[in-house]
Design a protein around this ligand. Structure first.
Ligand code: NAD
Ligand code: KPL
Length: 302
């Protein structure tokens, strides 16, 4: 059974390369004729890990191609997910399965609403990859990816193929809770690294600010995903220490003038707090400061 990949960027290329190297058929769906021509000229996807660079000449096509899709990996940014899926919706067979690799929350529901006849599988990943050039990806950090459905279902029969292709995956029954936990970590760390213009580790110097945000995020999690609140403060500090020398993904997006995923992280947290009638002043103020900062740099604040 073949896989299709929509969103041949950092994380998606990493998945496609491993599946293909393990003998699975994978076809890329590229955005337009120009991207397809660029890809064909590049001669495939290139993935570098340490000293080793491998090229994977995977077949590629466009969203409008006629072949039906049974298994799709959606690996674009959260803000592109709904438009991307709409472009292939008519090709998805009834009962098809779609893995959603987006960080944050909100895009998964938007996609699921467009696909009433497919099964959407959400993912939360701590793997790290970045693009050096078009179709050239660096595998920068080992990690883990948790997958599951909401409401919980058994793992699909092909799930073992992912692990045997070397993708470190676990099937979980609490994917919502894991997505909320990751969202909370990202809300406690990423916006502050942007506003203080710093690496993650420097947040040790802003301890009370981080603690206040964690207090409020715990109040929000208590309403939305109570298990995700357990030990949040400790985990935030562990992540800050373990990634002290790194710049957060949001920091890197801003530095490179790229749109951030704020709408699926901090904005989503603030919207959810409002829906629950929960006043979270520090989180709200953080959102206002970050939105102002982004606006001043000509970047979208959603
Ligand atoms: P990326 O920007 O490197 O890749 C996204 C790709 O999707 C791009 O190549 C873009 O051209 C393509 N795309 C967008 N819309 C499209 C469309 N309509 N048709 C075809 N292609 C389209 O992004 P990424 O870093 O791989 O991140 C993807 C998601 O995974 C994000 O939500 C991110 O937060 C999450 N994530 C990334 C990492 C990482 O290390 N890169 C780690 C964990 C989670
Ligand atoms: O996920 C992260 C990111 O940079 O997006 C960490 C390292 C956890 C910081 O929030």
């Amino acid at each position: 059974m073949s896989w299709h990949l929509l969103g041949a960027g950092s994380l998606g290329s990493l998945w496609a390369a491993r599946l293909s190297a393990a003998g699975h058929s994978v076809e890329l769906i590229l955005r337009n004729e120009q991207r397809l021509a660029d890809y064909l000229r590049a001669g495939g996807l290139q993935v570098r890990q340490g000293e080793q660079t491998l090229r994977h000449a995977l077949p590629a096509g466009l969203a409008g191609d006629p072949l039906p899709i049974r298994r799709l990996l959606l690996a674009c940014k959260a803000y592109d997910a709904a438009d991307a899926i709409a472009s292939v919706a008519t090709r998805l067979l009834p009962g098809s399965q779609v893995i959603l690799l987006q960080n944050g929350l909100g895009s998964q529901q938007a996609v699921a609403d467009l696909l009433p006849h497919s099964q959407c599988i959400c993912a939360s990943s701590t793997e790290g990859a970045y693009r050096e050039n078009d179709f050239q990806v660096v595998f920068a950090g080992q990690g883990q990816t948790w997958l599951g459905t909401s409401p919980a279902n058994a793992a699909p029969d092909w799930f073992g193929e992912l692990a045997s292709a070397g993708i470190p995956v676990s099937w979980v029954s609490d994917i919502d809770s894991r997505l909320w936990r990751k969202l909370a970590l990202n809300c406690a760390i990423n916006p502050l690294t942007v506003l203080h213009d710093c690496r993650n580790g420097v947040l040790r110097a802003h301890e009370s600010e981080v603690q206040t945000l964690c207090d409020e995020l715990c109040q929000l999690l208590a309403r939305c995903a109570p298990e995700a609140a357990i030990g949040l403060h400790e985990t935030v500090w562990q992540v800050i220490d373990a990634t002290a020398a790194n710049y957060s993904s949001m920091y890197q997006d801003v530095q490179q003038g790229r749109r951030t995923e704020i709408d699926y992280l901090l904005n989503h947290a603030c919207r959810s707090a409002e829906q629950h009638g929960l006043p979270l002043p520090a989180l709200k103020q953080l959102q206002q400061r970050l939105q102002q900062y982004l606006q001043q740099r000509g970047l979208p604040c959603r």
